[in-house]
Design a protein around this ligand. Structure first.
Ligand SMILES: NC(=O)c1ccc[n+]([C@@H]2O[C@H](COP(=O)([O-])OP(=O)(O)OC[C@H]3O[C@@H](n4cnc5c(N)ncnc54)[C@H](OP(=O)(O)O)[C@@H]3O)[C@@H](O)[C@H]2O)c1
Length: 246
């Protein structure tokens, strides 16, 4: 029970790697706050955690609305009294080129992928500082390191998430450690939205591990970063990509 008596907020916990992280954290003893927009999927995650003997609540909302961050933190404190771990995982894809992306789309991608993490950090950090301890895990991407044609807003936002994570580590330490995970190709709804089996096969062929990642491959690293097992790791962007970017 590596997260016994801890309270963890996981954004984007209704699906994919956020869901896997929420479920794993609860199995390790954390009281989990499941965030996302989809009520049915949020309820399914909370029900699964409770069926496993854990504790969880759902707080629903759109991450592009920064007032939602306040609701998440208020409801967390109301239900569980504090917050020890924040996982900023919610994210949206954008497949527009630089030439085609509208300012509205660009703004929305940054709101969801970067600004919401900043706002949650601003709200959670004082609580963690006062306790003298806290952990923030951000979900960046291999797109935080390299660019490809056609994903301008997404890639820029994930580069932003890398810079934000390092800034958070400098400004919030020593009480709060902040690291980011940079997933490669992980089989979730987001990857399925890029293309069909041929796209997946291309991702597998381009990676020395010769497989696509599972959401649980990210959840186990998030757990490691959330515990004292990683107590001397701070301000890092850790690639979990099967060697794709090596
Ligand atoms: N899959 C990959 O290969 C890959 C690679 C690198 C990085 N990532 C990053 O990993 C993170 C998780 O993605 P995933 O692959 O697990 O995708 P996913 O299965 O599509 O999950 C995305 C999660 O984000 C939430 N979300 C999206 N837009 C939101 C919004 N406007 N407001 C609130 N919640 C929102 C979704 O919840 P609702 O639908 O309930 O709103 C869902 O829980 C993202 O930050 C993504 O950029 C993924």
């Amino acid at each position: 029970m590596r997260l016994e008596n801890k309270v963890a907020i996981v954004t984007g916990a209704t699906s994919g790697m956020g869901r896997a992280t929420a479920v794993l954290f609860a199995k390790e003893g954390a009281k989990v706050v499941v965030c996302g927009r989809n009520e049915e999927r949020a309820k399914a995650v909370v029900d699964q955690i409770k069926a496993d003997g854990g504790e969880a609540i759902a707080v629903l909302g759109d991450a592009s609305d920064l007032a939602y961050a306040e609701e998440i933190v208020n409801k967390t404190v109301e239900a569980f009294g504090t917050v020890d771990v924040l996982v900023n995982n919610a994210g949206m894809l954008s497949m527009s080129t630089l030439q085609d992306v509208s300012i509205e789309e660009w703004d929305r991608v940054f709101r969801v992928n970067v600004d919401s993490a900043l706002r949650l950090c601003q709200l959670c950090a004082p609580i963690m500082k006062e306790k003298g301890k806290g952990v923030i895990v951000n979900v960046a991407s291999v797109a935080s390191f390299a660019a490809h044609h056609g994903f301008a807003a997404y890639i820029s936002s994930k580069h932003g998430m890398a810079g934000l994570s390092k800034s958070m580590a400098w400004e919030l330490g020593p009480e709060i450690r902040v690291n980011a995970i940079a997933p490669g190709a992980i089989h979730t709804a987001m990857v399925d939205s890029i293309g069909g089996p041929a796209v997946l096969q291309g991702m597998i062929d381009n990676c020395p591990c010769k497989r696509i990642g599972k959401p649980e491959d990210i959840a186990t690293v998030a757990l490691f970063l959330a515990t004292d097992d990683s107590s001397f790791i701070d301000g890092q962007i850790i690639k979990v990509d099967g060697g794709f970017e090596c």
